[in-house]
Design a protein around this ligand. Sequence first.
Ligand code: ATP
Ligand code: MG
Length: 417
Amino acid sequence: MKQSQFYFKTRKEVSKEEIAISASLLIRTNFIEKLTSGIYNFLPLGLRTIKKIEGIVREEIEAVEGQEILMALLNPKRNWEQTGRWSTFKALFKTQSRYGQWFALAPTHEEVITPMVKNFIFSYKDLPLYLFHISNKFRDEPRSKSGILRGKEFIMKDLYSFHTDEKDLEKYYEKVKKAYQRIFKRCGLKTFVVEASGGTFSRFSHEFQVITPAGEDKFYYCSSCKFCRNKEIAENIKKCPECGNTLKMFKGSEVGNIFKLKDKYSKAFDLKFRDKDGKNKNVMMGCYGIGISRLLGVIVEANYDKDGIIWPKEVAPFAYHLLSLSSGNTKIDKIIKKQADLFYKKMIHKGIEVLYDDRNDVSSGEKLVDADLLGLPYRVVISEKTMKNRKFELRERRNRKVKLLKLSDFDKIIKGR
Ligand code: ATP
Ligand code: MG
């Protein structure tokens, strides 16, 4: 992608309303744009990164046999009345058709998926079943001050599992827990698996928390036995209930949450199956969410320095940032451009994701500042200085290590990337 042709311009200032560092960095680099409080548009760089995150999530959920579907976001009122949540789900957005019917804008999908699978689940032979979808959710959040960390409209991955019994649900729940740890690790995050309220049906659910001052949750952590519990459900515990050690408290942002729903929704929708013994039984369910757009924000909260974002490799919108720096001398600049164009062509040919700063109306200083702000993992610079010795500069954003390499070594560097 050439920056001269790309929807890209960094901004110096961001509105003072943006208090989250992630929101301010993502707006300054044009990854996202605010429509109004809690509602954001994703621009080309932001969407590329979202797709990278979704790709990782899709791969790992498919690896635990999840099958992808896409459910409707406009939900009839009766589905939500059937579970009682039309009146109890406080953040439910409700909208009325001009013909009088009421609809909910889906904040989660139990009310859609449970009656849907009734068409497919009849006997124990139809179970287990694992279905997931990645799409927008709507919640009338009272506090949308943290940019994309808490949106009124946001992107979520939600997986639902259907089982014959609790034991099978338990087994799958543990499998998903491991898949989640792989997902967040690949996103460049260290997560803590925190015990949290399980609602009325389970003692605990599990949250995946990333430590950050921008987070809205607080959790206890035991450095000795790794016990973690959300403060909301465990007021004033001083000693670890597992090993007696002193607990620490951290602020975190929840990037995922897994729940054993058991028969809560199958009861509401009369979702039953005929078991081996010929008896009709309630299907056992689990649900597993990941905040895809919140993840984009949390990744930034956990990966930045004074100069800008530092993208973890697997989720970076591009792996390389190629910069041609002009010297002011037309003849030399022609040579620089020719070399940078050649590198760009080679990288595209190799299928390497590269953003090429080929803008000629921008100073070298500005290009370097923009590159740090944007924070792609590798920067390749061609300038008068490097060309003098027939070299190019390769710099890693995370550790700022710079190497001056021979132009002839470029092929080796990009080979196998
Ligand atoms: P929270 O505790 O942050 O309010 P939740 O427990 O209500 O979230 P779930 O229903 O478990 O959220 O949704 C699954 C995931 O979706 C959460 O773990 C979180 O990462 C993400 N998420 C939930 N609400 C929002 C929101 N308003 N904006 C962005 N992401 C969200
Ligand atoms: Mg939660």
